[in-house]
Design a protein around this ligand. Structure first.
Ligand code: DC
Length: 224
């Protein structure tokens, strides 16, 4: 059986998850939010009151780590030790910790096979930071989705407010820039555009416009 894979990479807040999810729905593929998997590892580290920046504390937790993924009404759900943590992993504190644990090589190699297996078993739209460069270097379509940090901070603020979290723009913008820097400068699998990825900048596009552009790019590569 030949499955198709679409890799969507880019920084936080560029609209990756919303667009990737909608795209998967349209094509009838499985949507895989790989950031959610890193976030679940980070949550485990926080549960254990370990330091997410310290490999010596994080790596031992990987052994026996019980992470599962599931789908409910098309939405990806994450389970940690059997508990549905899909809401908990979205908390602001978990974002920073996820970026920190994702810089640890053992964490990345631990999750690599987990992600590749999903793409071997079905057609996927997978979003993350290193999908086109490392996880699925032979993906049929590679998109690098980005937007100016200010536009991304505005979107993140709205998202947090809608979830009832309080936050302020300047803090979010600073965190976004910090996380970009961390993700782009880590020695292993840094966030960067794959040589054969198509760049899509959504700074001045709303969701509908971004979706039309994305669909057009995908159709160009894999046909209608
Ligand atoms: O997309 P997100 O904000 O949910 O991702 C959380 C963190 O996980 C992000 O700071 C970088 C990391 N990540 C990664 O290193 N590789 C991926 N494929 C996906 C996410």
């Amino acid at each position: 059986m030949n499955f198709t894979s679409i890799a969507i990479d880019g920084p936080a807040g560029a609209g990756k998850s919303t667009l990737a999810r909608k795209l998967a729905e349209k094509l009838g593929y499985i949507y895989v939010d790989t950031g959610a998997i890193y976030r679940t590892v980070a949550l485990k580290v926080l549960w254990e009151k370990a330091d997410p920046a310290d490999p010596a504390q994080v790596v031992p937790l990987l052994e026996g780590l019980e992470i599962h993924m599931g789908y409910e009404d098309g939405a990806q759900k994450m389970y940690l030790e059997g508990e549905d943590v899909s809401g908990a992993i979205r908390r602001h504190k978990v974002s920073g910790a996820a970026s920190q644990v994702s810089a640890i090589p053992e964490v990345r190699s631990f999750l690599l096979e987990f992600q590749r297996k999903l793409a071997r078993e079905s057609s996927v739209v997978m979003d993350g930071r290193d999908i086109g460069t490392v996880v699925l270097p032979n993906a049929d379509v590679k998109i690098f989705l980005t937007a100016a940090p200010e536009a991304r901070a505005r979107r993140r603020l709205l998202e947090l407010e809608q979830r009832g979290e309080t936050a302020d723009f300047d803090t979010i913008l600073r965190d976004i820039k910090e996380r970009d820097y961390q993700d782009e400068h880590r020695p292993i699998a840094p966030l960067k555009q794959a040589a054969d990825a198509v760049l899509l900048d959504t700074t001045d596009l709303d969701l509908g416009q971004s979706m039309s552009r994305l669909l057009a790019l995908v159709k160009e590569k894999i046909g209608p």
